[in-house]
Design a binder for this molecule. Structure first.
Ligand SMILES: NC(=O)c1ccc[n+]([C@@H]2O[C@H](COP(=O)([O-])OP(=O)(O)OC[C@H]3O[C@@H](n4cnc5c(N)ncnc54)[C@H](OP(=O)(O)O)[C@@H]3O)[C@@H](O)[C@H]2O)c1
Length: 224
């Protein structure tokens, strides 16, 4: 784990809906856990941040628009983490209302200029962080701050959530527990990745709010 506490970075809120057994989608990739009220809360949260951020896996599996329904708003950045700049140009995150929701794709420094130009000509801003096989999140954070992004809602998926947790970059978590137990080791969990080998190494959070409605529980944690 990295303890770069002086890193210039946006405030990061991890937001997810998960089953009682901690899955954020079924083994076949069904992510439909939220009811109407939960969606309203998620969209309200989206109006309060400068950007929403997801991993490439979520784009490929769900093709979300990452827009705001139900509320008036002035737009925000949609940010995708994609090491090889390989999401399809026809993805909703690129084609749907790009003037209201400008899209930033964060990738590595290994990408050919021609590929970058192809995305830029589709109104996508490219930010490059690190020369490794995956986007270097610790290098990325100050670059996003420089763009004026002060707060980010991280909406997964599980692989990307792990990297943010492993780098100790999460300031807050807002979790909805939905009333299903779906099981399956192939079903995506809230946090995937390698995992820590002891609780001592894992970041610990403070429970700051608990609410329940119908059969749902809404939890809010902040980083110790
Ligand atoms: N219920 C919910 O609230 C919720 C929310 C969001 C997503 N989901 C579900 O989560 C599932 C997708 O999760 P996922 O784990 O498959 O994919 P993901 O976390 O969305 O994306 C992971 C991908 O991001 C890329 N990446 C680039 N740099 C990375 C880094 N530093 N760390 C981690 N990943 C990096 C990697 O691909 P490359 O190396 O190829 O770039 C990696 O495979 C979907 O089924 C979706 O429905 C549920």
């Amino acid at each position: 784990m990295n303890f770069l506490i002086y890193l210039s970075k946006p405030y990061l809120i991890l937001s997810a809906a998960m089953t009682i057994d901690g899955k954020i989608a079924s083994k076949a990739g069904d992510p439909e856990l939220s009811d109407e009220e939960d969606w309203r809360e998620v969209h309200k949260l989206r109006t309060e941040v400068d950007a929403i951020l997801v991993g490439k896996g979520t784009i490929l599996k769900d093709d979300p628009k990452l827009h705001i329904k139900y509320y008036d708003h002035s737009g925000y950045y949609r940010i995708v983490i994609d090491s090889n700049l390989s999401i399809p140009l026809k993805s909703n995150v690129i084609t749907f209302q790009p003037d209201t929701y400008p899209t930033i794709i964060c990738t590595t420094e290994n990408i050919p200029k021609e590929r970058i130009k192809e995305f830029e000509s589709n109104k996508v801003k490219i930010v490059q962080a690190g020369k490794g096989s995956r986007v270097d999140l610790l290098k990325l954070m100050p670059l996003l701050s420089e763009l004026g992004i002060k707060s980010i809602l991280l909406e997964g998926g599980g692989t990307l959530n792990w990297s943010f947790i492993n780098d100790d970059l999460i300031d807050e978590m807002r979790l909805t527990i939905a009333p299903w137990v779906v099981g399956g080791k192939e079903a995506t969990s809230l946090v995937e990745g390698e995992g820590f080998d002891s609780m001592l190494k894992a970041p610990r959070f403070i429970l700051t709010n608990v609410r329940s409605r119908d059969n749902y529980i809404i939890l809010r944690y902040t980083r110790k």
